[in-house]
Design a protein around this ligand. Structure first.
Ligand SMILES: [Fe+2]
Ligand SMILES: [Fe+2]
Length: 251
């Protein structure tokens, strides 16, 4: 089974490019399922229901989130019935902490975790949360989107859970790392990267970000409107011989 997993989609204008990219990558790699991180779709933070529906129309099977899961509060009204997984180490009863996807008589469990390094959100330990979930999950495959800043935390998570979960993909930094590997049958990458403006600062308009850095004034940021969209993610092969291939293209 081959899964295309796309990194954080930033802004509404990226959705059109994502739709196009999914068609291209599906044809090129023979993809069975498409997963995406959608924490930045709606105005750069969160996911409105109408954008969720657009992703479903594109054939996206599963959606993971991150620190911006609840940035658009309407998600609380629809997430329970949606194919969305929220970070399991957040202390909330809203949404699913494990999302089960059925495909060809096999079950995939998707888990989303938030890293604690550089985070000011009160979070349970992602490692201990995964220990707990492993006792509950009943699935053929377990895929984890570890959403965090620190490369060390994500790499340590790989070595702790290699052989116990099938995939660990990182998200949140919006910058793809070149360390995709398979270790003890677990497919891994520290960060999948993003789907957002090519000439941008991790998806945002550079001018606004420069202004914030130069002045220290908390000026509002704006999602990049660059017409070139960087599409990044990975193709994961869950066949007998496991594989993970980086995807990085401009649309
Ligand atoms: Fe993000
Ligand atoms: Fe994030």
């Amino acid at each position: 089974m081959k899964i295309l997993y796309l990194g954080d989609i930033v802004g509404e204008s990226s959705l059109r490019a994502v739709s196009q990219a999914i068609k291209q990558i599906k044809a090129e790699y023979g993809i069975n399922l498409v997963f995406v991180n959608a924490e930045n779709v709606s105005g750069g933070k969160g996911l409105y229901e109408r954008h969720y529906k657009e992703l479903k129309k594109m054939g996206v099977a599963a959606i993971s989130m991150g620190n911006h899961t609840f940035s658009k509060s309407e998600i609380i009204n629809y997430m329970d019935d949606a194919t969305i997984v929220r970070p399991a180490n957040l202390n909330t009863n809203h949404g699913k902490e494990v999302l089960y996807i059925n495909y060809n008589n096999e079950t995939i469990a998707l888990v989303n975790l938030l890293g604690r390094v550089f985070s000011n959100t009160p979070l349970d330990c992602p490692f201990k949360t995964m220990d707990r979930l492993l006792e509950e999950i009943n699935a053929d495959y377990i895929i984890v989107d570890f959403h965090g800043d620190a490369t060390s935390e994500k790499k340590a998570f790989l070595y702790d859970f290699a052989g116990k979960v099938d995939v660990v993909v990182g998200s949140h930094t919006h910058t793809q790392t070149s360390d995709a590997t398979v270790y003890n049958n677990t497919c891994f990458i520290t960060d999948m990267g993003m789907c957002g403006g090519y000439n941008s600062v991790i998806g945002d308009d550079p001018d606004m970000v420069i202004e914030r850095f130069r002045t220290g004034v908390f000026t509002p940021l704006k999602v990049s409107n660059d017409s070139s969209i960087l599409i990044q993610g990975v193709v994961i092969d869950l066949g007998v011989k496991r594989g993970i291939t980086r995807i990085s293209k401009i649309i």
